[in-house]
Design a protein around this ligand. Structure first.
Ligand code: GRF
Length: 189
């Protein structure tokens, strides 16, 4: 049976768009049923609405605790009968409430070859370090920062110093790798 995916995002949502388009085209055998956004008004919410995908926008700070915030999300996930979660630029560590309910069913994409350069601005960190091979990682999500077991990686050789050029290369690689990886995951979950 076709699986239902929720995508969690905080910003632009280009990875959201790539996954959603691949589902609409039938390339990934799944439906993106929900967009969860912790930054009300972020561009990803517009992308979702344009595709007719349900959006929930939450302000984490308006909840008494992380647990309350995640319990609210969990209710929505249950209501929509979500099977799987893809984080796509979701700038928040997932807590116990969601992890316990979706153990090994949450994946994330990170713009570096983990375990190198976890956390914020993986591309900037790698550039400042002076690496010559950049990359992208897709991994399962656990309670650590970008630390869950690795599912897929792609290397991007680049010796230049133009951040804009590099970002374009990384994002293009991210979209392709996320689509291929989620496609495979949907065949096995
Ligand atoms: C991507 O680089 C992703 O790897 C990182 O956040 C960025 C999100 O970009 N986790 P977008 O919002 O999908 O365009």
């Amino acid at each position: 049976m076709q699986k239902k995916i929720a995508i969690f995002a905080s910003g632009n949502g280009s990875n959201f768009q790539a996954l959603a388009d691949a589902c609409v085209k039938g390339y990934i055998n799944a439906e993106i049923s929900l967009c969860v956004c912790d930054h009300p008004g972020a561009y990803v919410t517009e992308r979702a609405r344009r595709l007719g995908i349900k959006v929930i926008e939450l302000r984490p700070k308006s909840f008494p605790s992380k647990e309350d915030y995640e319990k609210t999300i969990l209710k929505e996930l249950e209501k929509e009968k979500i099977d799987f979660i893809c984080l796509a630029g979701y700038m928040r560590i997932v807590g116990k409430t969601l992890l316990d309910s979706f153990r090994n069913k949450i994946v994330n994409i990170h713009p570096s070859l983990l375990p190198a350069f976890p956390g914020i601005d993986g591309i900037g960190q790698a550039m400042a370090y002076g690496v010559k091979v950049y990359g992208v990682t897709i991994h399962y999500v656990d309670e650590t920062l970008d630390g869950g077991s690795i599912i897929a990686q792609a290397a991007i050789p680049y010796e230049g110093s133009d951040r804009e050029v590099l970002e374009k290369m990384v994002h293009a690689r991210e979209h392709a790798l996320y689509i291929e990886t989620v496609k495979k995951l949907m065949e096995t979950v």
